[in-house]
Design a protein around this ligand. Structure first.
Ligand code: TXA
Ligand code: MG
Length: 320
């Protein structure tokens, strides 16, 4: 298949492809998405095939108008409706995904056979225009082959999907670099299933009882995506958690691995910089055939919670 490389000025072409049931990768403010018509089973199946993604891992449905959430989600009670209205007023468009009960016409393929739906209104202009022009809700997982880090630059998406999808909209490196915050509003208290750029602290101001799901078993049961291996480069990641001896231990490991002639990269970025560039660094490690990536942990405040969540998942060894 020939993959068209489109600019943001050629969005009409991209929207036509979505309408025809084809796949188009596009930028969002978090990571690039691999989009298809969320209401078209065949298009959704193509997404799973292109990514090599297990079919029980549901997709996020992207919309371009806040009120569209009422077309696809069912509300159980007034309290839930009240909270959702508040959340979308404050955080949409933006990197917050809401899990709600779905309307029955949404294909099971889109939601991995669950009776719930994940919905988000992205902030990126290209993403919003694509959804508006296609006049459809767009199902889009992160644009990466299953098991690879999410694509945050055009090059990542091109490397993974050239020849496999109809088009890629070429744009800059994405703003945040980590995927959206996913929260489950179908049970009480509301739960953060996946931390992201909309932080726990921000959400807690609106929903004081909100909790972060930490127990691995419950996370696996609640969010099918979490049970699959994710976010890992080929290099072995050694994560040095915050401790008095952090710097000293990094040096010791570096010396030891150097003696073994290993190719090593040490990362000590601030959390804001590392969040934006983490997946890019992972992919560069693969290109440069790095053996070991030594990473200094950050605190878990603000974006730190999402960053540490991804780092712990990717780490082979965690030094405490
Ligand atoms: O920032 C993002 O969210 C990006 C951009 C493209 O919007 N998308 C993204 O999609 O990260 P994906 O498919 O890579 O991750 C979606 C996550 C998965 O962990 C999936 O299991 C979970 O959301 N999810 C989707 N629908 C769900 C549902 N109904 N119940 C529980 N978890 C759900
Ligand atoms: Mg993903």
């Amino acid at each position: 298949m020939k993959t068209l490389i489109l600019t943001s000025k050629e969005i009409n072409k991209a929207a036509e492809l979505i309408k025809k049931g084809q796949l188009v990768a596009f930028p969002t403010e978090t990571v690039y998405g691999l989009g298809g018509n969320a209401l078209n089973k065949k298009a959704v199946k193509k997404i799973f095939i292109a990514k090599g993604r297990p079919s029980d891992n549901p997709l996020i449905v992207h919309i371009a108008r806040k009120k569209d959430i009422f077309n696809y989600a069912v509300f159980d009670n007034k309290n839930q409706l009240h909270i959702v209205k508040k959340l979308i007023k404050i955080f949409w468009p933006g990197p917050l995904t809401l899990i709600l009960k779905k309307k029955s016409f949404i294909p099971d393929e889109t939601t991995g056979n669950l009776n719930t739906i994940a919905i988000r209104m992205p902030k990126n202009k290209i993403a919003l225009n694509l959804i508006k022009l296609s006049n459809l809700p767009i199902a889009a997982p992160s644009a990466n082959l299953s098991g690879k880090p999410s694509g945050t630059t055009f090059k990542h998406v091109y490397n993974d999907f050239n020849g496999k999808i109809s088009a890629i909209i070429k744009s800059k490196q994405t703003k945040y670099g980590l995927e959206s915050t996913v929260i489950d509003l179908t049970t009480w208290p509301v739960k953060i299933l996946r931390p992201g750029s909309i932080t726990y602290e921000q959400l807690k101001k609106i929903i004081p009882s909100i909790v972060v799901l930490k127990n691995k078993k419950t996370i696996k049961a609640k969010s099918p995506g979490m049970k699959y291996r994710h976010y890992s480069p080929n290099a072995k990641i050694i994560l040095f958690e915050n401790s008095k001896n952090q710097e000293k231990r990094i040096k010791e490991f570096f010396k030891k691995l150097k003696k073994e002639n290993k190719k090593i990269l040490i990362i000590k970025h601030k959390k804001e910089v590392l969040s934006k560039n983490l997946y890019k660094i992972f992919r560069e490690c693969d290109e440069k055939k790095i053996d070991y990536l030594l990473i200094k942990a950050t605190d878990e405040k603000g974006i730190g919670l999402a960053l540490m969540n991804r780092l712990r998942k990717a780490a082979s060894i965690i030094i405490k």
